[in-house]
Structure formats: C-alpha cells, structure tokens
Design a protein around this ligand. Structure first.
Ligand SMILES: Nc1ncnc2c1ncn2[C@@H]1O[C@H](COP(=O)(O)OP(=O)(O)OP(=O)(O)O)[C@@H](O)[C@H]1O
Length: 256
C-alpha cells in the first residue's frame, strides 16, 4: 500500500504525561469499520467490533493483501476509513481534523516501519532525534540524553557517524529507538523484521519487545512467527476480514 511516511515521521509522539486519565482498560475500540480504496471498489477491510486493552501486545497476521497494513494506517489516523469509528481512549479519531489528528498522534503513537525510513546521510543520533526536530522544538538536553540512552539500549554505538554504514539490523534498532524517543504509550509496527536476516530479526524482535514492552501497548503487523509468538494476542485476517482472535479462543477455552 502507499504509505504516508512523512506525516507519520513528523508526528512521532510526545510525552505520555500529556494523555488524559485512563477511563477503562479498553484503549482502542473499533466499530463497524470499512475501507474502500476506490468509489466502486469492494472493501479491502471490514471489521465489526474489536477492542484492544491497554498494555496488550497484539500481533496482526494473515496472507498478503488481507488488509493488515491498511488496518495499522487506519488506527494511526494516517488513513481515513470509508465508514466506522476508531476510538482511542474515548476519542473517535475519525472525527478529528487533520491538525487535531496530527496532535493526537504525536502524543500517542510511536511508529516502526518495515523499511526503517531513516535518513542515510546523518548520524544514528540525529535519526533518533528526528521527531523532536520535526516538531520544531529546540532539542533540549533531556531529549538528547534520552536519545543517547536509547541508542545505547538498542546496541548502536554513538561513535557511528553515518547511518548508511550501519547493518540493516542496526538500522531497524535505530528506528525502534526513534519510535521510543518521547516515550509514547502505544507502539505500532509494520513488519518490523521483514527486511532483516534471521539473526538481525531475532535481535530486533528482542529489542522491540524488551524495550517497548513493559507498560506499553504494542500492535504489530508481521509475517514473522517469532514476532507473532511474542504477542499476548493474535488477530488473523483474510480478505479484509478478521477471521481469528486468540483472545476469543482463550475465552472459549475458559468457558468450556
Ligand atoms: N493505495 C492503495 N490503492 C488501492 N489499493 C490499495 C492501496 N493500498 C493497498 N491496496 C489494496 O488493499 C488490499 C490490502 O492491502 P494491505 O497492504 O493492507 O494488505 P497487507 O495484508 O498488509 O499485505 P502485505 O502483507 O502484502 O503487506 C490489497 O488488495 C491492496 O492491493
């Protein structure tokens, strides 16, 4: 799918302290959602009702073209649905204007892309700091310190001068650090290991879940079974429909 990358990068999160108080355990509620890419085209995605709780780790799986990335871009507000509601923490983001959506996204979401979307010519540190520079704030010492710490945590030495000299695995770990710069409560990841070899995939997966995982909600699209296995809940899609929800399977097992 065509991805509104620049917009996502320019809106990569702000401090979670700006969020309103939680109203319930449900963080995200989707109601009667559908997406058509063309006026007379059939929907590429149709979901009746779906709720995701605060702190859940959710894997989205399914064959190519089943609508997984479209769902991620809808719930991040980067795409508008043809119909339906996407309610985050009590706010239906489909009713927000562009500027309001951007502000909401900034304080709420960190995004990890399959193909990193880093700037090759600048240092890894500058890439981690991109969200701060996009917002136009003077990058203060605390933010710079946080970026240093994150680079250390993801195992990319500060001394590295050019991002293009990093391995693909290191680049993805820089992208994970960037998504975490402002400590967003939610991480959305679109195939975070798809372009990595096995060893780099394992390290990136470990980094994503260990660094982002403790108090955050993670929703990740992935074909990678290791990533899916790290998720507490798995949603499986086919032809634009949600065909399996492991939360329901667990519920049914408990009732039996
Ligand atoms: N910009 C677009 N214009 C028209 N159709 C699109 C666009 N983006 C995606 N589609 C179509 O929507 C459907 C769902 O695409 P989407 O990328 O969400 O699927 P996916 O499950 O993420 O696939 P993959 O695993 O290959 O990334 C596909 O049939 C795709 O061709």
């Amino acid at each position: 799918m065509r991805k509104p990358v620049l917009s996502a990068l320019s809106d990569l999160s702000m401090p979670s302290s700006n969020l309103s108080e939680p109203v319930s355990d449900v963080l995200l509620r989707i109601e009667e959602l559908s997406l058509h890419y063309g006026k007379n085209q059939p929907p590429v995605l149709q979901i009746g009702n779906l709720a995701i709780d605060r702190g859940q780790t959710v894997g989205i799986s399914g064959p190519s073209g089943s609508g997984k990335s479209s769902l991620l871009y809808l719930i991040s507000g980067l795409l508008k649905p043809s119909h339906g509601k996407i309610i985050w923490n009590g706010t239906d983001i489909t009713t927000l204007g562009e500027g309001e959506t951007d502000r909401w996204r900034r304080k709420s979401i960190g995004f990890v892309f399959q193909d990193f979307h880093l700037i090759d010519e600048v240092t890894p540190l500058d890439n981690v700091l991109i969200p701060a520079s996009f917002i136009g704030w003077r990058i203060n010492d605390a933010t710079r310190k946080r970026a240093h710490e994150l680079l250390d945590q993801v195992g990319v030495p500060l001394a590295r001068k050019s991002t293009s000299d990093l391995s693909r695995g290191e680049q993805q770990r820089v992208a994970i650090a960037r998504a975490l710069l402002f400590d967003p409560p939610v991480i959305l990841a679109d195939e975070p290991t798809a372009s990595l070899d096995d060893a780099a995939s394992k390290t990136a997966t470990e980094t994503l879940f260990s660094l982002a995982g403790s108090n955050r909600t993670i929703i990740t699209v992935s074909h990678d079974q290791d990533v899916i296995d790290r998720c507490g809940r798995v949603l499986r899609f086919d032809k634009g429909a949600l065909i399996d929800d492991s939360a329901n399977i667990k519920e049914k097992a408990e009732l039996a």
